[in-house]
Ligand binder design. Structure first.
Ligand code: NAD
Length: 303
């Protein structure tokens, strides 16, 4: 699904064929209860270190003993073993079947936001997957659509954490529109559009607000804006509801736009406009025990 287009120090990739936002939105569910036995096929994605791979082998063995099928192509549940970064990779690997797949994360390093089960809890998690009723919670995603000046088709991406926009040539100079109306002229290092679950990631480093994932919204945070008589920005992070959209239009040079989607990075030329909104698609997490969001925030950042 992803192909590299540029060698160099940074991983620079182009995502092809990820057409999003076209599917009919089903019921706007936030939480659903499922009976034991619903999960029949599983896949395991690891960070690929020795310890995570060893846990992967144990999970495959245990779940196979419970008569679940190891199916890396069409899993009902994807178990990520590593950290938040591993879950981000798993999300992008299975982006084509978000409606049919739930995710759960085990961390083999520090407690993660997406990876909240410990390595010591593997047996407990496996039994829960095979034998217990469970909840599925759905969290909002960010849709990013890049439009081009050379009339090539727009490309769309889904992000679980965020999309950042920078200029590979230096300062990013762009107009920012909200719902097609000019809002401000931005000049600075870049812009970060995040999901509610991504609000604790890069967005937090930019002094953005932490948003509860039950609020379908996107957040725009600035990276080091320059303010003068010509370029003036609001300075505060903006939170947009799901029926609003935001556009970034290059002023002057439309080449060399560095767009990141979670851990992925790519360069786009001939950029006419980049549009951001809450995606119709959602990510599903399997919850086998309660995990209050604010508790996770406290444990991660306050201790
Ligand atoms: P990684 O797996 O090393 O992740 C980087 C760090 O971000 C880890 O500590 C991870 O636990 C944390 N993280 C990821 N998602 C999070 C979330 N939703 N809430 C709280 N913490 C989260 O490296 P990677 O795979 O390249 O991760 C990509 C992510 O790194 C990006 O999506 C971005 O959010 C984050 N990032 C942050 C900064 C920053 O804060 N200055 C800069 C670049 C990237």
């Amino acid at each position: 699904m992803y192909s590299r287009i540029q060698a160099g120090n940074h991983s620079s990739v182009r995502m092809e064929g990820v057409r999003v936002g076209m599917d009919e939105e089903k019921k706007d569910l936030h939480r659903n209860r499922f009976p034991a036995g619903t999960l029949k096929r599983f896949a395991v994605k690891t960070r690929d270190d020795e310890f995570s791979n060893e846990i992967r082998e144990r999970i495959i063995r245990y779940l196979s003993d419970f008569q679940l099928s190891h199916d890396e192509k069409k899993p009902d549940i994807v178990i990520s073993v590593g950290g938040d970064g591993t879950l981000l990779q798993a999300f992008h690997q299975y982006i084509y079947r978000l409606k049919d797949t739930s995710f759960v994360g085990i961390h083999t390093g520090h407690l993660g936001f997406y990876a909240d089960w410990t390595a010591e809890e593997v047996e407990k998690l496996v039994i829960s997957i095979a034998r217990n009723d469970f909840n599925v919670v759905e969290y909002p995603l960010l849709q990013t659509t890049v439009h081009f000046t050379d009339h090539t088709d727009p490309v769309s991406y889904l992000a679980l954490n965020e999309c950042t926009v920078r200029s590979a040539k230096g300062l990013l100079v762009a107009d920012i529109l909200i719902n097609d109306e000019q809002f401000e002229s931005f000049r600075g290092d870049g812009l970060c559009f995040s999901t509610p679950t991504g609000s604790t990631a890069y967005n937090k480093g930019l002094s953005g607000a932490i948003i509860h994932p039950s609020l379908p919204s996107i957040q725009l945070s600035e990276m080091a804006s320059i303010n003068n008589r010509v370029f003036r920005t609001i300075g505060s992070p903006l939170i947009l509801p799901k029926h609003h959209h935001c556009q970034v239009k290059p002023v002057g040079d439309s080449d060399g736009f560095n767009v990141t989607i979670d851990h992925l990075s790519m360069i786009h030329d001939h950029v006419k406009m980049i549009e951001f909104s809450v995606a119709r698609e959602k990510i599903r997490f399997a919850r086998f025990r309660p995990l209050p969001f604010w508790q996770r925030v406290r444990e991660a950042f306050i201790g």
